[in-house]
Design a protein around this ligand. Structure first.
Ligand code: C2E
Ligand code: CA
Ligand code: CA
Length: 780
């Protein structure tokens, strides 16, 4: 039954058997046609003259038509090259067996009688030839043949039975059964033969079984192509990976399956071009990464394959494996990206900046051009980071990099070197002023306020520039020299761009040596304090002194605090030095009348030190000074420390009864909002506004008026700083400032000189009044 195709057993790949059978039929198609035509010729010749010619011709036409149909049917199949729907074909073949049997029954039923004659003998001999021949040729498709023979024999038997010739009927039946059985036996041995022939593939089957097992246990899929590079034996896993059904992909070109929509447009990714090329050239390849489009989404597949050849070396197709490596590839891309880009800001990192600079420098050297390099450092970023936390700091850096990027043209590359350090490579800096202009644009843009998490942040930028190859023949030299220039602009208070010049090396060296000297300055007693009087605007009487630090070093001589304080801050020496200043100032103030205060400058770094309050308290205890007589001066920069220690420290200072002044008001962030947050005792208006007000600069006047009005309403005092002339003093007084400090009343003076002002307090009804003459005397 199985051989006939009437039943499929569970074992074995019967679809494959059917395909084999079909192939067998196709193999003998020509012989079969020949057999049919020869038999028909004998029959027509034998029946000629005894039958109606129209009947004979009609039969011949029907026969030829049916033969043509069979031929064409197989041609179509041959062109397709596959027999996928073999079950359906089976039915069709059976039907064609019946049809053929009926056509061939005509001669025995219509053309000859039951009486023996030469024509009778010829027709039956031809029929015997046809049936035997069919049984031999159509062994591959036994069902159709058996039906074909049965139909003819039944027709013959029926005819002889009706004519009473039972012997002849029996002979035909025996003949039919014998021939039919022979056909089935033949078919069976044919199939066995084909199976054993496929046995050479058996080994391959074992391999593929093993591979299938491997396929199921791993992430890889197997694929096979035929000689025209179309998918054969598509596995369901491969189909699933491609987002399709196995039937959909069977017989389709591999590259077409991978290309997706790009197949129509012809716009294939280059990796697919490479794959197509390899397949066309029948080359084996391994670990080839190709872009695969699966239902419109791109994936990366890794393919390995080698061509399959038969024993004669003829190309049969490809067999290979595939796996999806999208995640792996993306993560390795990410790693590659990470190696060249800064993760926080997405800007090129130090490595890429180095490369770009090296390339620009090489070009400049080769073409006698110039390239530029800029080091950018953010001013006051550290305090934001220290106090508002890294999260805010990171966001601020992202804002900074956005602003930076928006300023870049094709001629520049900007990157982040780390921390708050950025760099810009200017590829072509032949225009000498170009770098300077760009630097100023950057400073202007980066200094505008930032809004990060409801914090309005003010930072600035300092820039150092260098031009290659003039300022450095190598990347390292250029970087070091622009760094020196950067140092220089930081030194100058930040917010500016400085170009490298050879003498910067001298400054840098000086600074380094100065730092070393500063470390020993306390032990060597090189510090001293000067005291500058602060007078009441109403009475001109001295109400206090500001303690100002002085450093005299045997090597450097007198060094300005504007120069050494930043170095001390950076070297983290300021805390110890500040402690000494506090002690000293408090002791000195004890020599003055009880109503005279002493103001001490304190850096932001000191405030964030947890033991700062302790050191203030011990300075007061050691000297015996009343806390009300001490005033701590801080600048607006401490408000960048918002939310953490610094502002809490201010509260503790106030809680101790110590005064608090806001120094240099107007130079920094100048937000009147700060004034409401902390209860300052005094606002010190910066010297620049005092000067401006005297010259009737509208802005200066407005600021002083606003500060005075606000301070009055909040019960704070105002000190005008740096009043040098009578006009300035008059203007300040008219604007309503409560205190004045400046050369007009007195320069910073030695401690003894300050004490001397109170030497004969009994002579003065009030505090000593300071006049311009006094100023000159003190200064000398
Ligand atoms: P500051 O706190 O603003 O101090 C006032 C500065 O202005 C002093 O400069 C003073 O000499 C100067 N000055 C006062 N009146 C006039 C004037 O009429 N005209 C002009 N042109 N200048 C005047 P100095 O002593 O060089 O101090 C500079 C800065 O150094 C101070 O600015 C202060 O920020 C810092 N500093 C000084 N001593 C200390 C200290 O002990 N600790 C800390 N942390 N910083 C200090
Ligand atoms: Ca001050
Ligand atoms: Ca000041």
């Amino acid at each position: 039954m199985a051989v006939l195709g009437l039943r499929d057993t569970d074992e074995g790949d019967w679809d494959k058997v059917r395909v084999m059978q079909q192939n067998g039929i196709a193999e003998h198609l020509r012989n079969r046609l020949l057999l049919n035509i020869i038999s028909a010729a004998f029959i027509i010749a034998a029946a000629w003259g005894q039958n109606n010619l129209y009947y004979l011709a009609g039969w011949g036409v029907v026969l030829l038509g049916s033969l043509y149909y069979i031929l064409r049917d197989f041609e179509v199949i041959d062109l397709n090259g596959r027999f996928a729907k073999s079950r359906e074909r089976m039915k069709k073949t059976a039907l064609s067996g019946i049809a053929q049997g009926l056509i061939w029954s005509a001669p025995v039923l219509l053309f000859v009688g039951t009486e023996p004659s030469w024509s009778f003998l010829t027709v039956w001999t031809a029929m015997g030839l046809l049936m035997a021949g069919s049984a031999l040729l159509l062994y591959a498709m036994p069902l159709a043949t058996v039906i074909f023979i049965s139909v003819i024999c039944l027709a013959g038997i029926a005819k002889f039975v009706l004519a009473g010739q039972l012997l002849m009927a029996g002979a035909i039946a025996t003949y039919g059964i014998t021939i039919g059985a022979a056909c089935v036996a033949n078919a069976k041995s044919y199939l066995q033969f084909r199976f054993s022939e496929e046995g050479s593939d058996e080994q391959g089957e074992v391999v593929s079984l093993l591979l299938r097992e491997f396929e199921e246990s791993s992430a890889d899929w197997l694929w096979q192509l035929n000689s025209s590079r179309r998918v054969v034996h598509a596995s369901s896993r491969l189909a699933a990976a491609l987002g399709r059904e196995p039937e959909d992909i069977e017989g389709r070109a591999l590259v077409e399956l991978f290309a997706g929509d790009a197949w129509e447009t012809g716009n294939l990714p280059s990796s697919l071009h490479d794959l197509a090329e390899k397949l066309k050239r029948r080359e084996s390849f391994s670990n080839m990464i190709v872009r695969v489009s699966i239902n419109g989404t791109g994936r990366w597949w890794e393919l390995s394959a080698s061509p399959k050849l038969d024993e004669n070396g003829a190309f049969l197709g490809f067999r290979g494996v595939a796996s999806d490596v999208t995640e792996k590839r993306e993560s390795s891309e990410k790693i590659a990206h990470m190696a060249r880009f800064d993760t926080l800001t997405g800007l090129p990192n130090r490595l890429q900046v180095n490369e770009a600079l090296a390339k620009s420098l090489e070009n400049a050297q080769q073409w006698r051009g110039r390239c530029g390099f800029m080091m950018i450092d953010l001013d006051r970023f550290k305090s934001v980071n220290d106090t508002l936390g890294h999260l805010v700091g990171d966001r601020l850096l992202a804002h900074v990099s956005q602003r930076l990027t928006s300023l870049m043209s094709d001629n520049e590359l900007c990157g982040r070197l780390g921390g708050d350090e950025f760099a810009v490579v200017v590829r072509d800096a032949s225009d000498r002023s170009y770098v300077e202009r760009l630097a100023n644009k950057i400073i202007e843009s980066l200094s505008r306020p930032y809004l990060v998490d409801q914090h309005k942040l003010y930072i600035g930028a300092s820039i150092g520039t260098a031009t290659g190859p003039r300022d450095g023949q190598t990347v390292e030299m250029l970087m070091r020299n622009s760094d020196l220039a950067l140092y220089r602009s930081k030194d100058g208070g930040g917010g500016q761009a400085k170009a490298y010049e050879p003498r910067l090396h001298v400054y840098a060296e000086e600074r380094r040596v100065m730092e070393i000297a500063l470390r020993d300055a306390l032990d060597n007693k090189e510090f001293s304090l000067n005291y500058q009087p602060v007078v009441s605007a109403g009475t001109d009487g001295v109400v206090g002194f500001e303690a100002l630090l002085r450093w005299h070093n045997p090597h450097f001589g007198h060094v300005s605090p504007a120069k050494f304080i930043p170095i001390a801050e950076e070297a983290r020496l300021i805390y110890q030095i500040g402690e000494w200043v506090l002690q000293q100032a408090c002791q000195e103030a004890m020599k003055w009348p009880g109503s005279v205060k002493v103001a001490v400058n304190v850096s932001a770094d000191q405030l964030t030190n947890p033991s700062f309050i302790t050191s203030v308290v011990s300075a007061l205890q050691d000297s015996g000074l009343a806390p009300q007589r001490l005033e701590i001066e801080v600048t607006e920069s401490i408000f960048l420390h918002e939310g953490t220690g610094a502002v809490d420290t201010l509260e503790e200072i106030l809680a101790l009864g110590i005064g608090l002044s806001l120094d240099d008001f107007g130079t920094g962030y100048s937000s009147l909002g700060y004034l409401r947050k902390t209860r300052f005792s005094t606002i010190k208006v910066d010297r620049s506004f005092v000067q401006g007000a005297a010259k009737n600069v509208a802005e200066s006047l407005a600021i002083i008026r606003a500060v005075v009005a606000m301070a009055d309403s909040l019960g704070m005092q105002t000190t005008a700083e740096g009043a040098e002339t009578q006009e300035e003093v008059d203007m300040i007084k008219s604007l309503g400032c409560t205190k004045i400090q400046g050369y007009f009343y007195g320069r910073p003076m030695l401690a003894e000189d300050a004490a001397k002002l109170f030497a004969f307090p009994q002579l003065h009804a009030e505090m000593p009044r300071l006049s311009p003459e006094c100023v000159k005397r003190e200064a000398s």
